[in-house]
Design a protein around this ligand. Sequence first.
Ligand SMILES: [Zn+2]
Length: 162
Amino acid sequence: MNCLTCGAKMKTQKKDVPYTACGLSHVTLRNIEVSRCSQCGEEEITIPRIEALHQTIAQALIAKPSRLNAEEIRYLRKYLDWSEADFAAHMGTTRETVMRWEKAQAHMGAQADRLLRLMIATKGPVRDYSLATLRAISTQELPRVFHLGLTVEHEEWQAEAA
Ligand SMILES: [Zn+2]
Protein backbone atom coordinates (compact mmCIF):
# COMPACT_ATOMS: atom_id res chain seq x y z
CA MET A 1 0.00 0.00 0.00
CA ASN A 2 1.27 3.48 -0.85
CA CYS A 3 0.81 6.61 1.24
CA LEU A 4 -2.12 8.75 0.09
CA THR A 5 -0.29 11.91 1.17
CA CYS A 6 3.21 11.48 -0.29
CA GLY A 7 3.03 8.27 -2.34
CA ALA A 8 5.83 6.50 -0.47
CA LYS A 9 5.58 2.83 0.44
CA MET A 10 3.74 2.11 3.69
CA LYS A 11 4.68 -0.54 6.22
CA THR A 12 1.85 -2.56 7.76
CA GLN A 13 1.96 -3.92 11.29
CA LYS A 14 -0.61 -5.36 13.65
CA LYS A 15 -1.18 -3.20 16.69
CA ASP A 16 -3.62 -2.44 19.48
CA VAL A 17 -5.33 0.86 18.74
CA PRO A 18 -7.60 2.99 20.90
CA TYR A 19 -10.99 3.46 19.25
CA THR A 20 -11.83 6.94 20.49
CA ALA A 21 -13.45 7.76 17.13
CA CYS A 22 -16.57 5.93 18.35
CA GLY A 23 -16.86 8.41 21.22
CA LEU A 24 -15.77 6.00 23.94
CA SER A 25 -12.49 6.71 25.74
CA HIS A 26 -11.81 3.19 26.91
CA VAL A 27 -12.22 0.97 23.90
CA THR A 28 -9.19 -0.74 22.35
CA LEU A 29 -9.18 -2.66 19.11
CA ARG A 30 -6.65 -5.44 19.38
CA ASN A 31 -4.41 -6.77 16.65
CA ILE A 32 -5.53 -4.26 14.03
CA GLU A 33 -3.63 -3.57 10.80
CA VAL A 34 -1.91 -0.21 10.96
CA SER A 35 -0.01 1.05 7.92
CA ARG A 36 2.59 3.73 8.52
CA CYS A 37 4.43 5.85 5.97
CA SER A 38 8.17 5.99 6.62
CA GLN A 39 8.44 9.32 4.73
CA CYS A 40 5.76 11.52 6.27
CA GLY A 41 4.50 9.46 9.19
CA GLU A 42 0.93 9.23 7.88
CA GLU A 43 -0.98 6.34 9.46
CA GLU A 44 -3.83 4.34 8.08
CA ILE A 45 -5.91 1.95 10.15
CA THR A 46 -7.99 -0.84 8.68
CA ILE A 47 -11.01 -1.74 10.77
CA PRO A 48 -12.83 -4.82 9.48
CA ARG A 49 -16.62 -5.35 9.72
CA ILE A 50 -17.33 -2.04 11.38
CA GLU A 51 -21.09 -2.56 11.84
CA ALA A 52 -20.54 -5.88 13.58
CA LEU A 53 -17.92 -4.14 15.72
CA HIS A 54 -20.39 -1.44 16.77
CA GLN A 55 -22.95 -4.09 17.61
CA THR A 56 -20.41 -6.00 19.71
CA ILE A 57 -19.50 -2.84 21.60
CA ALA A 58 -23.19 -2.12 22.31
CA GLN A 59 -23.75 -5.69 23.55
CA ALA A 60 -20.69 -5.42 25.80
CA LEU A 61 -21.86 -2.09 27.24
CA ILE A 62 -25.26 -3.43 28.26
CA ALA A 63 -23.52 -6.26 30.14
CA LYS A 64 -21.46 -3.73 32.08
CA PRO A 65 -21.90 -4.41 35.81
CA SER A 66 -22.17 -0.72 36.75
CA ARG A 67 -24.31 2.21 35.62
CA LEU A 68 -23.84 3.59 32.13
CA ASN A 69 -21.85 6.82 31.98
CA ALA A 70 -22.32 9.91 29.79
CA GLU A 71 -20.28 8.78 26.78
CA GLU A 72 -21.75 5.28 26.90
CA ILE A 73 -25.28 6.70 26.89
CA ARG A 74 -24.37 8.84 23.89
CA TYR A 75 -22.80 5.88 22.10
CA LEU A 76 -25.88 3.70 22.67
CA ARG A 77 -28.25 6.46 21.59
CA LYS A 78 -26.32 6.88 18.35
CA TYR A 79 -26.17 3.10 17.92
CA LEU A 80 -29.97 3.12 18.05
CA ASP A 81 -29.76 5.83 15.39
CA TRP A 82 -31.84 8.29 17.37
CA SER A 83 -31.56 12.04 17.70
CA GLU A 84 -31.62 13.49 21.21
CA ALA A 85 -35.31 14.29 20.64
CA ASP A 86 -36.12 10.73 19.41
CA PHE A 87 -34.31 9.27 22.35
CA ALA A 88 -36.12 11.57 24.79
CA ALA A 89 -39.47 10.52 23.31
CA HIS A 90 -38.61 6.81 23.65
CA MET A 91 -37.35 7.26 27.19
CA GLY A 92 -40.30 9.40 28.24
CA THR A 93 -38.17 12.39 29.11
CA THR A 94 -37.12 15.73 27.61
CA ARG A 95 -34.34 16.54 25.18
CA GLU A 96 -32.76 18.76 27.85
CA THR A 97 -32.51 15.79 30.21
CA VAL A 98 -30.89 13.67 27.49
CA MET A 99 -28.35 16.45 26.89
CA ARG A 100 -27.58 16.61 30.62
CA TRP A 101 -27.05 12.83 30.75
CA GLU A 102 -24.69 12.96 27.78
CA LYS A 103 -22.73 15.90 29.21
CA ALA A 104 -22.44 14.18 32.60
CA GLN A 105 -24.40 17.02 34.19
CA ALA A 106 -27.02 14.62 35.50
CA HIS A 107 -26.99 10.90 36.29
CA MET A 108 -29.37 8.73 34.38
CA GLY A 109 -31.76 7.08 36.82
CA ALA A 110 -31.73 3.35 37.47
CA GLN A 111 -34.97 2.74 35.53
CA ALA A 112 -33.81 4.74 32.52
CA ASP A 113 -30.50 2.83 32.60
CA ARG A 114 -32.37 -0.47 32.48
CA LEU A 115 -34.75 0.74 29.76
CA LEU A 116 -31.85 1.81 27.55
CA ARG A 117 -30.15 -1.57 28.03
CA LEU A 118 -33.41 -3.33 27.18
CA MET A 119 -33.78 -1.28 23.99
CA ILE A 120 -30.29 -2.36 22.93
CA ALA A 121 -30.95 -6.00 23.90
CA THR A 122 -34.16 -6.15 21.84
CA LYS A 123 -32.70 -4.39 18.82
CA GLY A 124 -32.09 -7.27 16.46
CA PRO A 125 -28.77 -7.80 14.79
CA VAL A 126 -28.78 -5.50 11.80
CA ARG A 127 -26.92 -6.59 8.72
CA ASP A 128 -26.48 -4.70 5.49
CA TYR A 129 -28.38 -1.72 6.80
CA SER A 130 -25.75 0.92 6.43
CA LEU A 131 -26.10 4.62 5.75
CA ALA A 132 -24.62 3.91 2.33
CA THR A 133 -27.58 1.61 1.59
CA LEU A 134 -30.06 4.20 2.81
CA ARG A 135 -28.44 6.94 0.74
CA ALA A 136 -28.54 4.72 -2.35
CA ILE A 137 -32.33 4.45 -2.21
CA SER A 138 -33.81 6.89 -4.63
CA THR A 139 -36.54 9.01 -3.10
CA GLN A 140 -38.07 9.60 -6.53
CA GLU A 141 -38.41 6.01 -7.62
CA LEU A 142 -41.64 4.08 -7.02
CA PRO A 143 -41.50 1.02 -4.75
CA ARG A 144 -40.61 -2.21 -6.51
CA VAL A 145 -41.42 -5.81 -5.64
CA PHE A 146 -38.69 -7.33 -3.51
CA HIS A 147 -38.33 -11.11 -3.69
CA LEU A 148 -36.88 -12.50 -0.53
CA GLY A 149 -35.70 -16.08 0.02
CA LEU A 150 -35.30 -17.33 3.56
CA THR A 151 -33.40 -20.44 4.59
CA VAL A 152 -32.74 -21.83 8.00
CA GLU A 153 -29.15 -22.79 8.64
CA HIS A 154 -27.75 -23.88 12.00
CA GLU A 155 -31.06 -22.73 13.49
CA GLU A 156 -30.53 -19.22 12.19
CA TRP A 157 -32.59 -17.58 9.49
CA GLN A 158 -30.69 -16.33 6.48
CA ALA A 159 -32.37 -13.87 4.14
CA GLU A 160 -31.42 -13.54 0.53
CA ALA A 161 -32.81 -11.26 -2.13
CA ALA A 162 -33.96 -13.54 -4.93
ZN1 LIG B 1 3.60 9.59 3.32
